[in-house]
Design a protein around this ligand. Structure first.
Ligand SMILES: Cc1cc2nc3c(=O)[nH]c(=O)nc-3n(C[C@H](O)[C@H](O)[C@H](O)COP(=O)(O)OP(=O)(O)OC[C@H]3O[C@@H](n4cnc5c(N)ncnc54)[C@H](O)[C@@H]3O)c2cc1C
Length: 444
């Protein structure tokens, strides 16, 4: 099935004046998951993103599919259990979600050995395994190191998980258009009119729907404000940044979890192809668009990780990326605000915030249930959303352009093939080839 610049162009030609059951604003993991579930239920769906699919937080996460040991340490047992259940489902059913082994380091900054022993036992148990944690004294040799525990979690290509859900939604009959921005809403007698602007070409479009889903992640208040002229109270934004470093000085084939000696925050070192990803920071910010790593964050990550790998230097950094979390809750410490999601129904708009990638299927089912109630439709939620799309044997760059609607070199390098996050040159050696293939298809 083709899903490309050309099918996008055809859909845009027919779009103005169209009516849908649901318009979904935001093609991150939440919007993509909802579009996938609802189109499988034969609802008429329009999914849009102002930029590329997954260009927001969903391509800038730590790429872990996990229950979150930290949430367990904060007493969120039920959340951890639910996340681990989702992790297990994704591991079993999706080949882009893979097992990842972790070493959790014990030193003077870490949790106590006894707490870790008990915590990991509980974590395994909540994840359905009776495995007893095993303490080993080998592995690392930095000052203060006492030993390590090992445990298993999972990781994925976050953006690809989104794209697979988008393509599955299209296979189910949804219309999905990237680079199409929602700029305004108007209440109508039977729903909402949404105004859309093409950001990859020209054109303004008006579409009607019975309900609008606001799945715009960190931009949630902008969309909510266009519809209600108000803000969602208690919503705050927190930025998290990662450094991408050459893997040579790490020489690890397992991920490492440790607590920074600077402030005892938990951090991860995750091997990915030719590089390792180290993160993350957690700091309140005011604008969803301020998502560049700051000098302060860069130094914090480097200083934290140098405690364990002292030979690291600035030159080992090949890149960085940052994502913004919309958090719902009060408190001065972003690390302590709940990581469970929140749904808000206002007139004919449902807004959803704070969904972890790991949890997207549970969140998607919960929001779809509410949509079913508003539309008075019985929806099949069990086992949904399912990922039906697979790339197959096609050349991956061609698949990205012809089957996954990549429109720019950046779409391919960052959000289809992951070169940006997994290779030392961040995909620059492939850019010419990608550009050539894109020109063939786009005709320019
Ligand atoms: C640093 C960091 C690390 C994380 N690590 C993990 C992890 O390891 N595992 C995990 O499970 N979770 C993790 N998370 C959480 C997870 O990444 C996010 O909660 C999740 O990606 C949010 O998805 P979303 O669809 O709500 O938002 P987004 O992915 O941000 O999607 C929102 C989309 O809406 C679009 N949009 C905005 N305004 C408009 C408009 N006007 N018109 C059209 N489209 C619009 C944007 O372009 C964007 O693509 C992490 C989060 C951060 C910040």
């Amino acid at each position: 099935m083709e899903f490309s610049y050309l099918t996008r162009k055809n859909e845009l030609e027919k779009l103005d004046g169209e009516s849908f059951d649901v318009v979904i604003v935001g093609g991150g993991i939440v919007g993509a998951g909802i579009a996938n579930l609802l189109s499988a239920n034969r609802l008429k769906i329009l999914l849009i993103d102002k930029s590329d699919f997954a260009s927001g937080t969903s391509s800038n996460s730590s790429k872990l599919i996990h229950g979150g040991l930290r949430y367990l340490s904060q007493g969120h047992l039920l959340l951890t259990r639910q996340l681990l259940k989702e992790r297990n489902y994704l591991l079993k059913n999706l080949d882009i979600v893979r097992k990842l082994s972790f070493d959790i380091l014990v030193d003077e900054s870490s949790w106590k050995k006894s707490s870790l022993y008990f915590g990991l036992f509980l974590y395994n148990l909540l994840g359905g395994s009776w495995r007893m944690p095993h303490f080993q004294k080998d592995g690392y040799s930095y000052p203060g190191y006492q030993g390590r525990f090992s445990y298993e979690d999972a990781s994925t290509n976050d953006a690809l998980l989104v794209v697979y859900n988008v393509v599955s939604a299209v296979m189910g009959g949804a219309i999905a258009i990237n680079y199409l921005e929602a700029t305004g809403f108007k209440e109508t007698t039977d729903g909402v009119e949404t105004i859309l602007v093409n950001r990859f070409g020209d054109g303004t479009y008006r579409v009607r729907s019975k309900i609008v889903v606001n799945a715009s992640g960190p931009w949630i208040n902008a969309i909510y404000g266009h519809y209600t002229s108000k803000n969602i109270e208690n919503l705050r934004l927190s930025k998290g940044s990662h450094l991408i470093l050459r893997s040579e000085k790490f020489n690890i084939d397992r991920a490492v979890a440790f607590r920074s000696h600077l402030d005892r925050r938990q951090m991860f070192i995750i091997p990915k192809g030719e590089v390792v990803i180290v993160g993350t920071t957690d700091m309140f910010i005011n604008s969803p668009d301020s998502s560049e790593i700051s000098r302060e964050e860069r130094n914090y990550i480097l200083d934290s990780v140098r405690k364990i790998f002292p030979s690291l230097q600035e030159q080992d950094v090949v890149g960085s990326y940052s994502g913004v979390r919309p958090l719902y809750g009060a408190g001065d410490d972003p690390g302590k605000v709940t990581r469970d999601f929140h749904i808000e129904l206002t007139g004919k708009m449902i807004s959803i915030m704070g969904v972890k990638i790991t949890d997207y299927r549970r969140a998607t089912r919960m929001i779809s249930k509410q949509i079913g109630t508003v539309l008075n439709r019985e929806l099949v939620l069990r086992e949904n959303p399912k990922v039906l799309y697979k790339r197959g044997n096609l050349d991956p760059i061609r698949a990205a352009i012809m089957q996954e609607c990549a429109l720019t070199v950046d779409d391919v390098v960052r959000r289809r093939l992951g070169y940006y996050y997994e290779s030392v040159d961040q995909g620059s050696s492939r850019k010419e080839e990608i550009s050539r293939m894109l020109s063939e298809v786009l005709g320019r």
